[in-house]
Design a protein around this ligand. Sequence first.
Ligand code: 5GP
Ligand code: MN
Ligand code: MN
Length: 331
Amino acid sequence: ADWAAAVAAVRGLPADARVLLICHVNPDGDALGSMLGFGLGLRQLGVRRLQATFPGPPEVPEPISGLPGMDLLVPEVDADPAPELVVCFDAASESRLGGLVDRLETAGAALVLDHHASNTRFGGINLVDPRAAATSVLAEELLTRLGVTLDAAIAECLYVALTTDTGSFRFEATTPAVHELAARLLATGIRPGDISRRVFDTRPFGAVRLFGEVLCRARLEPAAAGGHGLVWTYATLDDLTRHDQRPYVLEALIDSVRCTAEADVSCVVKQVRPAEWAVSMRSKGAVDVSRVAVALGGGGHRLAAGFTGRGTVEDVVAGIRTELDKALIEA
Ligand code: 5GP
Ligand code: MN
Ligand code: MN
């Protein structure tokens, strides 16, 4: 990772520099948390002309909408002059940035912070480490190298990012260094109980009932994935309408499906348009789901990946089945 170049790019900014922060479409806790935490750090360094944004509708999922630094978010970025620096968070490729790709090209410098193995190094400076548990790990290291002092606001953003991507310290990437980072963040006085309840354990009653309905229609296919098993379910736009819920409530659904003992691979197929589906996939280790996702036009990590599928639910699941056996990890 090119730390020296990244530090120089920030330190070398003129006093009145414009900095634009961007992250991937449909931002999750890591994308938004690392972006806003880094933004608050830049503000501490005296950067005043700061804007943060992400592609698509300017809607932030309710569970992460209370993050400090939300005032950095703008629905529409100033067109010119182009910023001296663009910093991009948690996006593996330019395809995850929608129309914001143009901003990368016109900026004075483009700095990419990410931890996807499939990252295409699309920045001028790339801080990309697939071993990092979250993009926020890289954001914190850069802030520290820049001389920023972690305060409670920065720490809350980075803690939400870290807990989101490590499944609250349950996943394999949870190294001693991850716990040491968590300790530094907690030392600022943030309240992990309150934060976790808000981010992970709060949803509207309508969403609880919607989950019930969608979980009831889950299918288990023991023969799939070379006998390792596939469990999958789907949610339609009509399901959302009937329960009066926003699409983002479905992001947590995969966590209720992936616990199925009889299946190594789990999928949730979420309708976003009549013939378009956002697919979430998880693996317990027998299958590299990022290979399945990449083959189907998406991306992600070995054990957590996704893509956009077309046609009917059956078409989408059939596509997954044909890729599963090719993505078996050799023991
Ligand atoms: P989730 O299932 O939580 O939405 O996404 C899991 C992981 O898969 C994310 O970390 C992200 O990297 C990746 N991912 C999900 N959807 C897509 C997609 O449509 N395109 C790409 N390239 N990656 C995706
Ligand atoms: Mn992400
Ligand atoms: Mn991430």
